[in-house]
Ligand binder design. Structure first.
Ligand code: PMV
Length: 332
């Protein structure tokens, strides 16, 4: 095959962020905002990567990519995925990679893990290999860890590979689908780009200084995650909202919520949400709320009138990574 196209979904963390890094469970849903990757085999000893962020393709020789200590941020996940795939197959070859995505800039919906997973799947198709989802998860998670200096629980990679809504624990030792849910969730972007590294570092420092307290917080978050799995299964949105509120309280205790996020959470609750919390590392990105459908139009109108916030129209339980019909060019 001379070219292949694959796409993978972004994600929203529903419950359990931060604790999941320490081996506790979380619940994540794949969203129908996707990254698409087109790969073509190149005859030459060349790797060329085009992304919407770069005005020109990034070009590097095959041997240069093998030896590179660092890559520009815009191409690091794709570049390292190509290198990981070469290691896996024991065969290096020139490729052209084009990525495109439907992501709202900086919303923290997991575009890095999605582009990594789609790249691995497209490379497999290009070289005529059928990888299992577990193989794609392993190669992609190793790539993401390499790009993020060992940081990350892998929940976002799992969402991109397996799709749907999943209960995830311990670097992928447990990945269990939760049957499709019709959760009345609203997702609001806070207008602030979060630094996952900063907030993961903050929690690590707190963990060192106050380990028994932080362990207790994590254990309580884990109990919330388990109850949330039940509430999701039974469609008990009132209960799920309450569990979100509890989870948000623990995230505040960990110091990862911020005033703007607290304001958004309070806004959702005072406008009829059953519950709300931040989603992700904290410090910014998105707030999610379980909102009765009849309250959603009012909230939508209020958000549209506000400055800085935006509603993210993310459908949940999206398909995991998949091959796509070939198109000439995936760039917008
Ligand atoms: O959504 P992000 O990439 O900001 O990550 C949030 C979840 C964390 O638990 C803080 C990090 C991780 O890798 O699990």
């Amino acid at each position: 095959m001379s070219s292949a196209v694959a796409s993978a979904p972004g994600k929203l963390m529903l419950f359990g962020e931060h604790a999941v890094i320490y081996g506790y469970p979380c619940i994540v849903t794949a969203v129908d905002i996707r990254v698409t990757v087109l790969i073509r085999q190149l005859p030459a000893n060349l790797v060329s990567i085009s992304t919407p962020e770069l005005p020109e393709p990034f070009e590097i020789s095959v041997s240069g990519l093998v030896a590179a200590n660092s890559l520009p941020a815009a191409v690091s996940f794709v570049g390292l995925a190509v290198r990981k795939f070469w290691e896996f197959t024991g065969h290096r070859f020139g490729v052209e990679v084009q990525t495109s995505d439907e992501f709202v800039d900086s919303s923290g919906l997991g575009s890095s893990s999605a582009v990594t997973v789609a790249t691995i799947q497209a490379l497999a198709a290009l070289t005529g290999r059928e990888l299992t989802n577990d193989q794609i998860f392993k190669l992609s998670f190793d790539t993401v860890l390499a790009a993020q200096r060992g940081r990350g629980s892998g929940f976002d990679v799992a969402a991109a590979v397996y799709g749907r809504t999943i209960y995830f624990q311990n670097r992928g030792e447990v990945i269990e689908p939760i049957e499709d849910i019709d959760l009345p969730l609203m997702t609001i972007y806070s207008g602030v780009k979060a630094s996952t590294t900063q907030y993961v570092g903050h929690v690590a420092t707190l963990y060192q200084q106050y380990r028994p307290h932080v362990e207790r917080i994590f254990a309580n978050i884990a109990a919330i995650v388990d109850d949330a799995r039940q509430a999701l299964r039974s469609g008990d949105w009132h209960e799920l909202g309450q569990l979100m509120n509890f989870n948000q309280g623990y995230l505040q205790a960990l110091g990862v919520s911020t005033e703007p996020l607290d304001v958004l959470v309070a806004f959702l609750r005072s406008n009829g949400a059953w519950g709300a919390k931040l989603s992700g590392a904290g410090g910014g990105d998105c707030v999610i709320g379980v909102v009765p459908p009849e309250r959603q139009p009012d909230i939508t109108a209020l958000i549209k009138r506000s400055s800085g916030y935006s509603l993210i129209p993310a459908g949940l339980n999206a398909d995991g990574v998949r091959l796509e019909p070939k198109i000439r060019n995936v760039q917008r």
